[in-house]
Ligand binder design. Structure first.
Ligand SMILES: [Zn+2]
Length: 287
């Protein structure tokens, strides 16, 4: 399997996958349960999501390890199982990825605010990300995907923890309707900072949906770096107690083409996106 970064630098457009947690919720994951625990208790459910995305045309699948850092696992009393839960998440994805598909290990924020706004020290954040990064690297991940971050200081701690693994590092941050993260970081500043930290691919995920994401992608791609774009399928709306997302596969595919035209090299989806969205994106950007 040719190296992920080599293929991107060669100009290839790669399709990533869509949501994991909203798909697992469809299979019975409750909002109070630990999604990463499903890597050991419901491996077939997790594998079925990976399989559906691969069949829809994903070149990169991301593991069910978004909240697998010890600070987040602590909420469920599972902080001693970082290696087990993250390792299982990578191995489930690798079992299905074969030789053609890359496995990106998803790592999200700690869920705590860092000093001075919060109480978490940079050292403790970095230690948490280090244990998760080591677990996914040891299990054979092809890349580390730091996603849904909004604080530059926190993502820097995560990058510093991931760099020693030697794996390609993809960093995506989440922006609001006003083009800034909830901590006030704009896309141009984020792009500069992430490249300086040593990210190999930068980008944006989650947030307001594809339309609001386009100017962010344009700004980031203008700096000439490899860019990834994974929007939500719109904002969640609750209809008769059921959460729904309004952006159709066709609309996502239309925006994926615009992201590529703006310079993005990896396109996929975040919350609310399904294998149908990914199939439409794949058809649109691979033709
Ligand atoms: Zn999302």
């Amino acid at each position: 399997m040719a190296d992920l970064l080599a293929r991107l630098q060669f100009g290839e457009i790669l399709v990533s996958d869509g949501a994991m947690s909203t798909m697992l919720q469809g299979q019975g994951l409750t909002s109070g349960a630990c999604p990463e625990e499903w890597n050991v208790s419901h491996p077939d459910a997790v594998k079925s999501v990976h399989k559906a995305y691969i069949e829809s045309g994903s070149d990169i699948i991301s593991t069910n390890t978004f909240g697998g850092n010890p600070l987040k696992l602590q909420r469920y009393g599972l902080e001693s199982q970082v290696k087990e839960l993250n390792g299982a998440g990578v191995r489930l994805a690798k079992q299905l990825a074969g030789e053609k598909v890359f496995v990106a290990a998803s790592i999200g924020p700690t869920g705590h605010l860092l000093e001075p706004l919060g109480e978490l020290s940079i050292e403790d954040a970095q230690a948490a990300f280090k244990s998760q990064s080591e677990a996914v690297a040891e299990a054979g991940a092809d890349a580390i995907l730091l996603e849904t971050f909004f604080d530059i200081t926190e993502i820097e701690a995560a990058v510093n923890a991931a760099l020693p693994t030697g794996l390609p590092i993809i960093c995506t941050m989440t922006f609001d309707a006003n083009g800034r993260t909830i901590m006030g970081v704009d896309a141009a500043s984020a792009a500069r900072a992430l490249v300086e930290m040593g990210a190999n691919v930068i980008g944006t995920n989650c947030g307001m949906g594809p339309e609001a994401m386009l100017p962010i992608v344009e700004t980031m791609a203008a700096s000439g770096v490899l860019v990834m774009a994974q929007p939500n399928a719109g904002l969640p709306e609750v209809d008769h107690g059921e959460t729904k997302y309004s952006v159709t596969p066709e609309m996502m595919a239309d925006y994926a083409q615009r992201f590529v035209a703006a310079g993005a090299r990896i396109v996929g989806g975040c919350c609310g996106s399904t294998p149908d969205h990914i199939a439409a994106i794949s058809r649109a950007v691979k033709k």
